[in-house]
Write a protein that binds this ligand. Structure first.
Ligand code: HEM
Length: 460
């Protein structure tokens, strides 16, 4: 079954445009490794909605604000399911986490836990000193390297890992021997991201999945085990500490996110209990979905600032005015750092961390752009293409933060302006941003922009 123009009167209209592939394997041999780039080239030929067959899988690729709006707003519930690949299923333990869980009560419960607890105002406030400490440490590393090359990616990654670790379990990412694991973690997370995005024959020909021809399943199991070892170590350590301290030790006061999760695990009778597998999967979502995204965005921001001396001068001027020559940036400064926040938005436009979002899947047949999309189709929302489309953006390839200050509509991260969706949109929008909605839209800037702002001295 293909995607067909819905009936108008009694006549069916033309079948949606599609790149022709080969019998049986479809377009699979031609897609290349960077799917978003291949799909952007195809959109130039076939338009903002087209279908393509990859093995036995029917995919529909969308890249215009109007069509994307139909999926993420008008038919949000129909498209709220994910379509996890073999690698995603292995990593999420069959969708036990938030990112790959099927739409339903379980997903809703995990989202509530993540957004209302881990990312709550109280938790962010309580862990501010720990984040500050990690960022100061990063500044010292950078200052110690004046005149020498510096790996910005490495510094931001370990800063974000340790800052996130402090919010989640009150400390850095250390393993059984107490050593700093952030270096190893970076390599493992990078490998995981590649495995999650890699076209895998097993996904396109499920009958061949057990052969694991490219070894994606085996490799994903290996990196997942590595990550799980750290989580289980942390969980065991905490449970032991609680047992040793016993009653009246402060147990149950919800010191950090892990404490809160372990308390939930004990509340089996309340209906909101959580299993150990779900705890592990949620931690994995945060450590994988929240760290690489934030660190790589910070890296793109730094790269663009360095490539554009005019932007560097302007942000330096703003930091001097708002923060002062010899002060460090604090989180409370961020809402006033308007230009810096525009830089961040500009980097997320050109380099969205999830260029095809996370694929969705309709739970029933549905019409988009006049075409009928069958149940089970993989929907790829190509925000990369849309963010670089000359019909949507003036001089789209230019890094010009000012466009975010003068645009006619307010371009924020909330997913309501369909030209700009770095955090996705609708029910499956990134929960790191869902928090911002309840706090008036600025908190996400604070959370994401925080790490970048601290490089003020080096920018100077
Ligand atoms: C620069 C920072 C970040 C960016 C650009 C980003 C981007 C995204 C995007 C594009 C999606 C897919 C949304 C969709 O399909 O419509 C997503 C989903 C998700 N993100 Fe983020 N994210 C960031 C930070 C975070 C953080 C800090 C966390 C957690 C603490 C997080 C956790 C998640 C989870 C759990 C999902 C899956 C949500 C669901 O399926 O219901 N992300 N993110």
């Amino acid at each position: 079954m293909g995607i067909e123009k819905a009936e108008e009167g009694n006549k069916k209209r033309s079948v949606a445009a599609r790149p022709r592939g080969l019998p049986l394997i479809g377009y699979l041999p031609f897609i290349g490794a960077d799917l978003h780039i291949s799909f952007t080239k195809l959109a130039k030929v076939y338009g903002p909605i087209y279908k393509l067959r990859l093995g036995t899988k029917l995919c529909v690729v969308l890249s215009s604000p109007d069509l994307i709006k139909e999926v993420v707003r008008d038919h949000d519930v129909t498209f709220a399911n994910r379509d996890p690949t073999v690698a995603a299923s292995v990593f999420s333990n069959g969708g036990t986490d938030n990112a790959f869980a099927p739409y339903g009560s379980n997903w809703r419960m995990l989202l509530k836990i993540l957004a209302r607890q881990m990312l709550s105002h109280a938790n962010l406030d309580a862990s501010y000193a720990l984040r500050r400490h990690e960022v100061r440490k990063a500044i010292r590393v950078v200052c110690g390297k004046i005149g020498k090359p510096i790996d910005v990616g490495k510094v931001t990654f370990s800063t974000v890992v340790n800052a996130t670790g402090s919010m989640v379990w009150g400390g850095m990412l250390d393993g059984e021997k107490g050593s700093d694991q952030s270096g190893g973690f970076r390599a493992v997370v990078s490998e995981l991201m590649v495995l999650l995005a890699k076209p895998n024959v097993s996904d396109f020909f499920p009958v061949l999945a057990r052969l694991d021809i490219q070894g994606v399943e085996r490799k994903t199991k290996k990196v997942t085990r590595w990550i799980e070892r750290i989580f289980y170590f942390k969980v065991d350590q905490r449970m032991k500490m609680d047992m040793d301290e016993g009653e009246g030790s402060g147990k149950g006061e919800g010191k950090d996110f892990l404490q809160f999760l372990l308390q939930l695990k004990e509340q089996e009778a309340t209906g909101t209990s959580i299993t150990l597998a779900q705890i592990k999967a949620l931690l994995a979502d945060i450590m994988s979905g929240g760290i690489d995204t934030t660190a790589s965005t910070a890296e793109w921001v730094m790269a663009e600032i360095i490539r554009h001396p005019r932007v560097m001068m302007k942000v330096h001027e703003e930091l001097t005015n708002v923060v002062g020559e010899n002060n460090n940036v604090e989180e409370f400064h961020i809402p006033k750092l308007v230009y810096l926040r525009a830089i961040l938005k500009g980097a997320l436009r050109l380099y969205p961390v999830a260029p095809l979002l996370i694929p969705r899947c309709p739970n029933k047949s549905c019409t988009v752009g006049g075409y009928t999309i069958p149940e089970g189709t993989r929907i790829l929302v190509n925000v990369w293409a849309m963010h670089r489309d000359p019909n949507v953006w003036d001089s789209p390839l230019e890094f010009r933060p000012e466009r975010f200050l003068t645009h006619t509509t307010k371009l924020d991260y909330m997913g309501n302006v369909y030209e700009y969706l770095p955090f996705g949109s609708g029910r499956r929008i990134c929960p790191g941003i869902a928090l911002a909605q309840s706090l008036g839209g600025e908190a996400a800037d604070v959370y994401v922009g925080y790490f970048i702002a601290f490089f003020r001295m080096e920018i100077a």
